[in-house]
Design a protein. Structure first.
Length: 360
């Protein structure tokens, strides 16, 4: 029988490919963005074969187990869960949903098999976590606790309880989402055991202990940003740095389909360049380890079509403004190099842009 929605083996396959649940869908990303920049998203999982908790976790399970009662059941968001969730949100300064129930919302046509671990002090619910069950896997969604019980390390405790329940069910992997090297908020996940990390280029998992932070995508990108900055400084030119740019690519533009697979954390454009109908976007590709420039025009359509609308290819009125905030339509590749750009590379790109604006 084929499983319905993100359950069973389908969920297993998504998780094994570095995807994770967000709301009612599965997603993946390479970067986490912040007001000041970006860091690499490192997807993790815990192999359960032969897993034994550390001394610290074993002690936590034993001591908390002497005081609290544990229940494992299908997920719910009743008055007790909402009370704990509300108390939890008052202590946290990062974004959370409005209610516990909102974490359980799913598309009726693509549901999840969501379960819950509840921690009771006598008959009072003091902590709980939600997790989705696959065929051989579990993905941990979130955990909440009454701040009055934070000295019991409830966040780590419910995570460790999930792992132990996976072993009872004889599952293969426990997925707890991602870590962000450089942001310690998720580092507690390391405490449950010897995690593996996902390499989205090779599509392979490797021991997290072998991860080299200097080789992560954000490190490569910051190096490229510095190289662009050095070049524009040498030329005494200003430029615009656009974080998380989004470029529309028509389905007929076969030569640029590879750009769909790029998760660009930044691009460089010349200041006010997009006041012209056509302009250049410069970026570094982590996938190809190359520097690229593409010809862009203003993003005017939200839906995909079979090609670039003719109106975008026509030369615009000279007084018309083409302001944008990092979005555009990618037209064609202008230049690429395995080495950091030089002044000659930029001149080659600028000449192509000038010709495009004269021909438009």
């Amino acid at each position: 029988m084929v499983s319905k929605g993100f359950t069973g083996k389908l969920l297993d396959r998504y998780l094994a490919s570095g995807w994770y649940r967000m709301g009612s869908r599965m997603f993946t990303c390479r970067y986490n963005f912040y007001p000041w920049g970006f860091l690499t998203t490192v997807w993790t999982r815990l192999p359960l074969e032969g897993h034994k908790p550390s001394k610290r976790v074993k002690k936590l399970l034993r001591k908390n187990g002497e005081r609290f009662t544990i229940e494992v059941h299908k997920a719910r968001a009743e008055l007790a869960e909402e009370r704990v969730f509300h108390a939890y949100t008052l202590e946290k300064d990062y974004d959370l949903h409005d209610t516990a129930a909102s974490y359980l919302r799913a598309d009726p046509d693509a549901p999840f098999n969501t379960w819950q671990i509840s921690v009771f002090d006598d008959d009072k619910l003091v902590a709980f976590s939600y997790f989705d069950l696959g065929s051989e896997t579990v993905q941990s969604l979130c955990g909440f606790f009454d701040p009055a019980y934070k000295h019991f390390s409830m966040g780590l405790y419910t995570l460790a309880l999930e792992v132990e329940q996976c072993k009872v069910w004889d599952l293969s992997y426990h997925y707890s989402g991602y870590l962000v090297p450089g942001n310690d908020i998720f580092e507690y996940k390391r405490r449950v055991g010897a995690l593996e990390a996902f390499d989205d280029l090779s599509q392979l998992w490797y021991p997290l202990a072998e991860m080299d932070a200097s080789e992560l995508p954000d490190a490569h990108m910051r190096k490229a940003m510095k190289e662009y900055d050095d070049l524009f400084s040498q030329l005494n030119m200003s430029y615009s740095l656009r974080l998380q740019p989004k470029y529309y690519i028509g389905v007929s533009q076969q030569s640029l389909q590879w750009l769909r697979r790029e998760q660009l954390p930044f691009c460089i454009t010349e200041t006010r360049a997009n006041r012209r109908p056509y302009w250049a976007c410069h970026f570094y590709s982590f996938n190809y380890k190359r520097y690229f420039s593409i010809l862009c025009t203003t993003h005017a359509y939200e839906t995909e079509s079979v090609g670039l609308p003719k109106a975008l290819l026509a030369k615009a009125h000279p007084d018309q403004s083409y302001e944008h905030v990092g979005s555009g339509v990618a037209v064609r590749l202008l230049h690429q190099s395995q080495q950091p750009y030089t002044a000659a590379d930029l001149e080659h790109v600028w000449q192509a842009v000038r010709e495009a604006n004269l021909e438009g």
